[in-house]
Each structure stands twice: as structure tokens, then as C-alpha cells.
Design a binder for this molecule. Structure first.
Ligand code: G1P
Length: 291
């Protein structure tokens, strides 16, 4: 099976849940401590063996592009000031993968975003990482996308990452019907954001996938739901043909597209930070006593 080298990160979207900041700053550039969200996602892809990344943007694209471009005067200044460690961090941002940007002019859903990347993908299998969730893994745990790439390379099927959620939460997610459970689950159906009573199982789809070129043929056959082309509808067709599997991930997932999830990610990453951690622990412990 062909090795997965490419990844797509859709970041277009108006970010209405984060207005007013997203009026001028794309949602994917909101920081978790000191690093933009999209950077954590690129890190996961690179740690999973991805070498080519396509970032789909819409408005305020230049800020994202500038983040991934070299800033030689700044690097020179940091070196002159003896801040070599910081300079290395900046260099790594630009050198760790080949990053290409593509603009999504019409905001017509996730499947619509993917169509923008079709030509650059040139028929190769690819990972898809949604821009508003990040997955923290500890040493010894496999990055989520790596697990999916391995499952794809083993089965040749489209692979979705999944997690169990409470009945009351299922209406926020794509939901899978399972034919055979196990480490690699055989998926027989999918439905987007069902009411709890209509759910197919307790398994929700999270924003990590490995797909191949075959998805585009299915996307083209879909009809729009309002202004959107729903990727889950294309997955359902593949699932009915037995061409989709799913696997659970290791680590902690943060829904940074949600305000509470975003703040939670900031608190927990700050607690893990080697320079901030102790200070934050003392602060949170003292604060907790007052609550
Ligand atoms: C998207 C997908 C949905 C998936 C979710 C994961 O929904 O359409 O199937 O479960 O991401 O976060 P969104 O959250 O963009 O509405």
C-alpha cells in the first residue's frame, strides 16, 4: 500500500464562535500558551511521518503564511542577542515540512474544502487534520495520525479516528455504525450529528482521517445540505461498501474550537510547560481554594 506522505489541514471558516478576535485573526492562529493552534497540528502530522502539508485558508491568509515563512532579520537579531534556543524554535517552524497554502473562496463545508486540495494531492493517499482540535500525546504514545496511517497502510481502507462519547454529546459529531469491533473497527454506516435517539453507536468521529483519491469521486456525487457539502455523506457511501475502518486514539483531545475547550487546553499546556508549570500549579491550587 502507498505510504501516506501528504496531509491537508482545513483552516478556512469564519470563526464566529471566537468573535471578536477572529474578525482580524484566523481561528487557527489563536495561541495555546505561546504557539498557534495550527502549529500543534502541523507537529502531529510531522511526528506521524508526513512531509507535505497543504493548509487551506480563507480570509486573513497572510498571517498564517507569515507564521510558516522565514523571518531572517528576527533570527539574526536573536542570534546576536545570544537567544539561540529561541532562534532554533523559529527555524524549525519553517523547515520541518513542505507547506503549501491554498485558498478556499467559497465556504461550502469540509468536503468543499477538500476539493480545493485535490490537484495538489495528485491521487496520493492523505491525512486530514481538522484545525480546531489538538491531540496531546506523551512520550511512548503514538500520534493520532500515525496510528491512522499505519491502519491505512495495513488495510488499504479509509480510516477514521473515533472516541466514545456520552449519549448527550453525540449530536455534536459524525457518528459511526460498527459491524465488527476491535482495535480496527469495521464501519458499516455513518451519520452526521444525529439526535441521541437516532445514534448508530456511542462512537463519535474526531477530526482526524486518512483517505485516498477515491473520496473525490464520491464527493462529486453529493447533493448540498443548505450551503454545505457534508464529507460524512461520502463516508457513508464508502462504509456501505465496507471500505471504511476506524480506530481509537491515544492521548488527550482538546476541542479548541469551543471556548471552554480552548481555555482548558491553555491551562493544561501551561501546567506542562517547563518554565510556567510550577508557577501555574501554585496559582491554580490557591485559586481552587477560593472557589
Ligand atoms: C466536523 C465533522 C464531524 C466530526 C467533527 C469532529 O464537524 O463534520 O463529523 O465529528 O468535525 O470535531 P464540525 O465540528 O466541524 O461541525
Amino acid at each position: 500500500m502507498q505510504k501516506v506522505r501528504k496531509a491537508v489541514i482545513p483552516t478556512a471558516g469564519l470563526g464566529t464562535r471566537f468573535l471578536p478576535i477572529t474578525k482580524a485573526v484566523p481561528k487557527s492562529m489563536l495561541p495555546i500558551v505561546d504557539t498557534p493552534t495550527v502549529d500543534y497540528i502541523v507537529d502531529e502530522a510531522v511526528a506521524s511521518g508526513i512531509t507535505d502539508i497543504i493548509i487551506i485558508t480563507s480570509h486573513n491568509t497572510d498571517v498564517i503564511e507569515r507564521h510558516f515563512a522565514e523571518n531572517l532579520p528576527l533570527e539574526k537579531r536573536l542570534l546576536t542577542d545570544g537567544k539561540t534556543e529561541l532562534c532554533e524554535i523559529l527555524k524549525k517552524i519553517t523547515s520541518r515540512a513542505k507547506i503549501t497554502f491554498i485558498k478556499q473562496d467559497t465556504l461550502n463545508g469540509l468536503a468543499g474544502a477538500l476539493l480545493c486540495a485535490e490537484e495538489l494531492l495528485a491521487g496520493e493517499p492523505f491525512a486530514l487534520l481538522l484545525g480546531d482540535e489538538i491531540i496531546y500525546t506523551e512520550a511512548g504514545q503514538k500520534p493520532c495520525i500515525r496510528r491512522l496511517c499505519e491502519a491505512y497502510e495495513k488495510t488499504g481502507k479509509t480510516v477514521l479516528s473515533t472516541m466514545r462519547v456520552a449519549e448527550s454529546e453525540i449530536s455534536k459529531y459524525g457518528n459511526i455504525g460498527i459491524k465488527a469491533d476491535g482495535e480496527i473497527k469495521e464501519v458499516c454506516a455513518l451519520v452526521e450529528k444525529p439526535a441521541a435517539k437516532d445514534r448508530l453507536s456511542d462512537y463519535a468521529v474526531i477530526g482526524r482521517y486518512v483517505l485516498d483519491g477515491g473520496i473525490f469521486k464520491e464527493i462529486r456525487k453529493l447533493t448540498m445540505h443548505g450551503s454545505e457539502i457534508i464529507l460524512t455523506d461520502a463516508f457513508h457511501v464508502l462504509a456501505e461498501r465496507g471500505e471504511i475502518v476506524a480506530s481509537e486514539f491515544e492521548g488527550i483531545r482538546y476541542d479548541v474550537g469551543d471556548k471552554a475547550g480552548y481555555v482548558q487546553a491553555n491551562v493544561e499546556y501551561a501546567l506542562r510547560d517547563k518554565t510556567l508549570g510550577d508557577k501555574m500549579k501554585r496559582y491554580i491550587a490557591a485559586l481552587a481554594k477560593t472557589l
